[in-house]
Ligand binder design. Sequence first.
Ligand code: ZN
Length: 162
Amino acid sequence: MKHLTDTQLQGLADGTLRGPEGLAAREHCDGCAECGRELTGWSALSTRLSALRDPATPLDFTATVLAAVEVREAQLTSRRHTLLAAVPAAALAVFAVVGWAFSLQIGKLVDDFATARTVIGVLGPVFTAMRLPLGIGAFVLFAVVLIALSRTLRPTYARVET
Ligand SMILES: [Zn+2]
């Protein structure tokens, strides 16, 4: 007769091997000294294993987890603030670039408007005179936006490092 496998013996010991298969295994162990000894060993092990308890949770476990969650939340919040600050800054930057490009186009528009030559004849020098201040204004606005953006980003990196 074939002896029982370790899996069958373990199943008998912890009670997971049931039905006809479990009954046959049990009968074999009753009649076979070798398998009976094995089963006794496995049963002792199973009893001792089920007597084991989960290790106690460290007292500061909850506090540690909550602290980690808070750090993560702070990082996410600062990232969100950076994004929120970057969106209007980017919009302002686009506005500044468009404004600067438009100021360059005014001179071309002045040349193209043949029907309003007289008006433009008067306004032309005004536009030409305004072109440089407009361009400078756009650049100044762009620089201000860049400075504001770098101010917003700097504390974020400082916070993450600490
Ligand atoms: Zn046997």
